[in-house]
Design a protein around this ligand. Structure first.
Ligand SMILES: NC(=O)CC[C@H](N)C(=O)O
Length: 382
């Protein structure tokens, strides 16, 4: 460790020191936040000003070191209502200024303590603006956080041998071990079989509000297992990892479409459906993560402000009807920041997808209508 560097480590504000090392060698010094220890993952930034609890519990962040661009994190503590799954999933957590004293009427605890209890190794006191600009110009990359080894060179060697996100097949690590059911709220109207590739609770909640009973299935389920609950429709969930690895779910999506069951896919589910229709997927430079991404719904001409969390995207031509094994398909939604494909729609097969998060949690509710569209598709089919 250079003298200059150890001085910086000693100067850190309080508690234990920690370092963050990116795979290109860029290093940030700060304080340990959450659990003490060492962790590795893909460094990505999210721009949401609210919703850190939903972010931390979103399974799609599995194996990612999440950088919050919002400078103050933890102000409203944690509560018993906002978890999007049964645990924290992020591989590591990077913030600038953690709240010393959380305050909110729903708060039941402190974020730093919850991070520690969940075993999430984090770092605070980081210049998250500089880090974000670095990731934005160089791209998302592997990173390590350590409060046990403060030597950047030795940490860098381990960062460089950590697994990449490209090629990562993570569904089996986040999916439910057995099937469970989320009952419709009020009168039951329809039954949906949902493939859990890393589902968020708000998806089944949004469906339940519309009279849908959702049976949530493990990622490795077969078409016969799905059909055994006599679903009116099938849903493919969001989830972590590289869609290029998801051959099992891609084959399943083709089976669903062959049977002309209505099919809706969100995010990872959208990428899988894209592949099932014959499109490729690719890795974005630094991804879309935040809750104010503008998306154009080309079927209505309306712009919606939406919640995103994706590092990969579907490669499909924007301005034409595309001929696929399942008939004509068009790009229904695009991101207005960069023209990335944000949704697909079958013109003959009853299937559609969005690459972003109509379930929000966190985020605005502009895209809530997509759950209505799903139910309308089921109605039409029935
Ligand atoms: N939220 C998601 O479903 C993410 C999908 C995929 N893992 C990506 O990063 O693009």
């Amino acid at each position: 460790m250079s003298t200059h560097f150890s001085d910086a480590v000693r100067r850190s504000r309080s508690g234990s020191s920690a370092i963050l090392v990116l795979e290109d060698g860029r290093t940030f010094v700060g304080e340990a936040y959450g659990a003490l220890g060492e962790t590795f993952g893909e460094a990505v930034f999210t721009t949401g000003m609210t919703g850190y609890q939903e972010t931390l519990t979103d399974p799609s962040y599995h194996r990612q070191v999440v950088v919050q661009t919002a400078p103050q994190i933890g102000n409203t503590g944690v509560n018993d209502e906002d978890d999007e799954s049964s645990r924290f999933w992020v591989a590591g957590y990077v913030v600038r200024d953690p709240a010393r004293r959380p305050s909110n009427w729903r708060s039941t605890g402190d974020l730093g303590e919850r991070l520690a209890a969940e075993g999430v190794v984090g770092i605070s006191g980081v210049d998250t603006r500089a880090l974000t600009r670095h990731l934005r110009s160089r791209g998302a990359m592997r990173a390590g956080i350590s409060s046990v080894d403060l030597d950047p060179q030795s940490l860098l060697a381990r960062v460089q041998s950590a697994p990449q996100m490209a090629g990562a097949d993570l569904s089996a690590e986040v999916t439910t071990s057995s099937r469970y059911t989320v009952e419709a709220a009020g009168e039951h109207r329809y039954t949906v079989a949902a493939l859990d590739l890393g589902i968020k609770r708000n998806v089944s909640r949004r469906l339940a509000e519309r009279g849908v009973t959702t049976h949530v299935f493990p990622a490795s389920s077969s078409i016969d297992e799905l059909l055994a609950v006599s679903p009116d429709a099938v849903f493919f969930s969001p989830g972590p990892g590289d869609p290029a690895t998801a051959d099992g779910p891609v084959a399943l999506a083709r089976e669903v479409m062959r049977r002309e069951k209505p099919l809706f896919g969100i995010c990872f589910g959208s990428q899988i459906l894209g592949r099932a229709l014959g499109f490729g997927t690719y890795k974005l430079g630094y991804g879309h993560r935040g809750i104010n991404q503008p998306v154009l719904d080309r079927t209505t001409g309306k712009v919606e402000v939406t919640s995103h969390n994706h590092g990969f995207a579907v490669d499909a031509p924007l301005n034409t009807v595309i001929d696929t094994d399942f008939g004509g398909v068009e790009v229904s939604h695009v991101c207005l920041n960069d023209n990335v494909v944000e949704g697909l729609r079958g013109l003959e097969v009853p299937a559609f997808t969005v690459q972003y998060h109509p379930e929000a949690a966190a985020g605005p509710h502009d895209a809530d209508y997509l759950f209505d569209r799903f139910v309308e598709l089921v109605e039409k089919k029935g």
